[in-house]
Design a protein around this ligand. Structure first.
Ligand code: UDP
Ligand code: MG
Length: 331
């Protein structure tokens, strides 16, 4: 293994932004749970550019207990990247990812650890209900998953999210994914490994409010679809073929009509409707291509995934820089 001797058995990984009020209650529930179900643990907080007192609270928590480690990113880069950064830093034989707002109940961890000890490498909590979210959000979420099912080339297990336990092998596999537009839900499923879901009742957010706006969620949905599907690109071939076939048929129809009945004044309405329709279809397909080209541009620039502004308790050798090395051959 690539693990130093002192590596803890479990790493808890918590990405957070503006969660100062949740840190103490989270640690109070998480620490006893971890202490009871493993021989040693570390808790890694990845501060994703918080603007409230989160970083100060984390510094205090680290001063109190060195098993609490902190990596502060240079600015807000989003939860997906914060998780990637945390995976680079975590040294545990298994890593448990959870939210800071106590929606992911630490009480579910022992069951996940038991399954890991039985040999499962990708143990995810499945969320039974989203009843605590607004109707609109539930509706849009359902639509997104339905669309992903149709378009995506990777199946997503129902109700599975970021709350999960990953074996070292799965962590190394995720670290080997260099992509910048990260859609972790898809990546967790793409990597495979022995996977199993555990039904978990999610709690209510302890303090503060959700950090995601509808705008961010839309962006995220696009990232998800486009990094796991090329169908939106390819579909235009079919749309184009269909429209061309239709226009040839129409041309033949008008030709026959003119030859039989002679020329009449062609309808202006038909003309304008078809021009507008075609212009719309073309712009839409160009737009979709633009989305992909934009993503290709972001990838080829090859900027680091994240920059670290502060780290507490994380040794330098644990941080192999933003671009993770390929995993060592695994048995
Ligand atoms: N989060 C983050 N960066 C962001 C937004 C959110 O690290 O840009 C963290 C947040 O602090 C929390 C977790 O991601 O620990 C889940 O966020 P939230 O509870 O706001 O999402 P929701 O539960 O509404 O999906
Ligand atoms: Mg939440």
């Amino acid at each position: 293994m690539d693990q130093p001797e002192s590596a803890p058995e479990l790493s808890a990984l918590i990405p957070l932004k503006d969660e100062a009020a949740n840190i103490a209650p989270l640690l109070a529930t998480l620490k006893p749970v971890l202490a009871a179900c493993c021989s040693s643990f570390e808790i890694i907080f990845v501060d994703d550019g918080s603007r409230d007192g989160t970083l100060e609270a984390l510094r205090d928590a680290h001063a109190e207990d060195v098993r609490v480690k902190v990596m502060a990113l240079s600015r807000n880069l989003g939860k997906e990247i914060a998780i990637a950064a945390g995976l680079d830093a975590a040294r545990g034989k298994a890593v448990i990812i959870l939210d800071a707002d106590l929606q992911h109940p630490p009480s579910a961890i022992p069951a996940m650890v038991t399954l890991w000890r039985q040999g499962y490498e990708n143990v995810f909590a499945t969320r039974a209900s989203r009843a605590e979210e607004t109707r609109l959000k539930q509706f849009l979420t359902r639509r997104f998953y339905r669309m992903f099912e149709v378009l995506g080339e990777t199946p997503l297990p129902a109700g599975a999210g970021d709350f999960r336990l990953l074996d070292r092998k799965a962590v190394m596999a995720l670290r080997a994914m260099g992509e910048r537009a990260r859609f972790n839900k898809g990546l967790y499923s793409w990597i495979g490994f022995r996977s199993i879901g555990v039904p978990v009742t999610f709690g209510l957010r302890h303090s503060g409010r959700s950090k995601f706006s509808y705008r961010q969620l839309t962006r995220f949905a696009f990232d998800g679809l486009m990094s796991f599907s090329t169908l939106p690109l390819k579909v235009w071939t079919y749309v184009g073929t269909l429209i061309s076939t239709g226009s040839v048929a129409t041309a033949l129809y008008f030709l026959a009509r003119t030859m039989i009945f002679g020329a009449d004044v062609p309808g202006f309405a038909t003309l304008i409707v078809s021009v507008l329709f075609l212009a719309g279809v073309q712009l839409m397909s160009l737009g979709i291509m633009g989305e992909y080209v934009g993503r290709i541009f972001a990838e080829v620039k090859g900027r680091p995934l994240y920059l670290v502004s502060e780290r507490l308790g994380l040794e330098l050798d644990a941080l192999r820089g933003p671009l993770p090395p390929l995993p060592t051959p695994m048995n």
